[in-house]
Design a protein around this ligand. Sequence first.
Ligand SMILES: [Zn+2]
Length: 247
Amino acid sequence: MADRQNDRDHGSSPPHSPVLPSAATTTDPSPLRFLFLAVGPLLLVAAVGLLLRRRSRLRDFVQPLAIPRAVFAAARRADEAGLRERAAEEVVRLAGHAQNARAAPTAAERARVACATAEAVLQRACGVPDLAGVFALLHEGRTALDRSKAPLPLCFFHPLHGPAVRHIPWRRSEDGERFQISACATCIRALRAHREPDTLTDQQDGHPVPYFDVPPEHSVWSATGYGSLLTDTSLAAHVQRELDHSR
Ligand SMILES: [Zn+2]
C-alpha cells in the first residue's frame, strides 16, 4: 500500500515541479499520513494476533483438564475394542484428577459422580454408542473440575468429534420439532453448507441409523443427545437414574 501511495504521490507531483520541494519538505503532512496508512494495518494485524494468542492461552488455562484432541482423534480411528481400552484409560485419568484437583468440594463431587457413572456405563457398554457415552460423561466430569461457567457437552452429532463449540437450532426433518443442540465446528460448517454432518450410528432392527433416530425410550443417548438435549440436569444424573431403574 505504501508503494502505491508513494507512486501516486510522485505521479501527481513530478520531480521537476517547482512546487514540490517546499510542499514535500515543509508543509505537506501527506508522508506522515501515508506512513500511518502503511503501518496502521500491520499494527492492527499484530494486535489481533496477540489478542487471539492471549485468548488461546486463557482458554488453555481455564480448561487444563479437557480431554486432549489427540485422544478423540485416536478414539475415532479405533475399533470397538480399542475404543473400550481408551475409555478405560480416561476413566482412570479422571479418577486421578478428581482425587488430586484443588477444586471446590461440589465440583470435585460432580467429577467423582461423573467418573463413577462413566465407569458403570463402561462395564455395561455393548457398542460404540455406549462407549461414546463414557467419553461424554468423562467430559462432563472434567468441565466440573475446570470450573467452566457454561460448559458445552461433546458434539451432538458424534461425541467423538470432541467438545461442542456452540449451541445451534436443529430439526430432525424439515417439518420436525426444533431442538437446541451443541455441535463441533466441523458439523456446524456441514449444516451451513446443507450437508449431513458425520453422525454416530446405532443399530435399530439390524440396521445402522443415526443414534438420535432410535426411540428415546430405547436409548439413553437418543434421549439426552449425549448432554445436548438436557436443560435441567447433568448427563451423569440422568444416566445414573437410568442405571438405577434398569437394576
Ligand atoms: Zn461434530
